[in-house]
Design a protein around this ligand. Structure first.
Ligand code: ZN
Length: 346
């Protein structure tokens, strides 16, 4: 079967790999024919740089963790799904036994196996393949009226729902989202659903900001075209109650420290940058900086929101490209001026 394999930075191939159907199915296993796979920022990091931060590619790895498909076969103990059913596949598999799993912090599992991630070695192979065998814990049924392309948004939406949970109550709050990629836009939508009164989204490219407006951002700002525009939010020690940093940019975080009010919270979702922070400002404004990494139960919530269209992800889908043209798909996904979310079709 076909799989999208990253061999090194810039070396992406559609390889013919051994089919899962040649393996025996364990009692809790579910075999899924993958239908749609979204290209994420981390996939692009492997594609362009061979990794990010401390995470480096050390062997060829199948990419992909935003996946949905149709159940082909189930192990003898599986009751949650049946063959023919549409499912969203949760790419995380926590051990359930370690210190953090026992605390209920599954996203911090010491033995986490996350699809298409080079954090462990051997790497955990990803979901950009025609057939995937996972466990019954990882599949969440999707109603028939929901397309697999929509279902494949469950993972990035889960990331954003987790970020909103990290922010605490947003009811009536004034919220800033920096970065208008899929994570920023889905965070804005999740913040609205959580009761935010006003949502401002920033980016340095106009096209994704137009999508943020279309899905409900109250105001969008191109901070490159209008570098002084955030000054309006500095009076009275800052106007925003909460900021979500989804640009992965040090300068964006530094600007945020000036415009989040005392005791406000900055939730950091974007990764990769190194920043030098003004400690006195954080101390005197009693700011809270909080990271947000992946998700836990939010995956199931995300599938529910998508299924009921409480969050309509469809305006975010730019294009669906056949797996054979993976190279073109990745190149297009890397161009933010013309792509919000690109998915592969299998
Ligand atoms: Zn664990």
């Amino acid at each position: 079967m076909k799989a999208v394999v990253i061999h090194a930075a810039g070396d992406l191939r559609v390889d013919d790999i051994k089919a899962d159907k040649e393996q025996t199915l364990g009692p809790s296993d579910v075999r899924v024919r993958i239908g749609a796979g979204g290209i994420c920022g981390s996939d692009l990091h492997y594609f362009r740089h061979g990794g990010f931060g401390m995470v480096r590619l050390k062997e060829p790895m199948i990419l992909g963790h935003e996946i949905a498909g149709t159940v082909l076969a189930i192990g003898r103990d599986v009751v949650a799904v049946s063959p023919g059913q549409k499912v969203a596949v949760n790419p995380s598999l926590a051990c359930g036994q370690c210190r953090f799993c026992r605390l209920g912090l599954h996203n911090h599992c010491l033995e986490m196996r996350f699809y298409g991630s080079a954090m462990r070695f051997p790497h955990v192979q990803g979901g950009f393949r025609e057939v995937l065998t996972c466990t019954d814990e990882q599949v969440v049924p999707v109603p028939d009226h929901v397309s697999l392309t929509e279902a494949a948004f469950a993972e990035p939406l889960a990331v954003c729902l987790h970020a909103v949970n990290q922010a605490g109550s947003l009811l009536g709050k004034r919220v800033l989202v920096t970065g208008s990629g899929p994570i920023g836009v889905l965070t804005a939508m999740a913040a609205r659903r959580a009761g935010a009164a006003e949502i401002v989204v920033t980016d340095v490219v106009d096209a994704p900001l137009a999508i943020a407006r279309a899905v409900g951002a109250d105001r969008t700002i191109n901070v490159q075209a209008e570098p002084q525009s955030l000054d309006a939010f500095t009076p009275e020690k800052g106007q925003f109650d909460v900021m979500f940093e989804a640009a992965g940019s040090a300068s964006t975080l530094l600007a945020g420290l000036q415009i989040v009010r005392p005791r406000g919270r900055l939730v950091l979702v974007g990764q990769g940058a190194e920043a030098t922070l003004p400690m006195s400002l954080i101390v005197t404004k009693e700011l809270e900086l909080r990271g947000s990494f992946r998700f836990d139960d939010e995956f199931r919530t995300a599938v529910g929101f998508i299924a009921d269209r409480l969050i309509d992800v469809r305006p975010l889908l730019t294009d669906v490209i056949p797996v054979d043209e993976a190279q073109r798909a990745f190149e297009q996904a890397a161009d933010k001026s013309r792509s919000m979310k690109i998915q592969l079709a299998f």
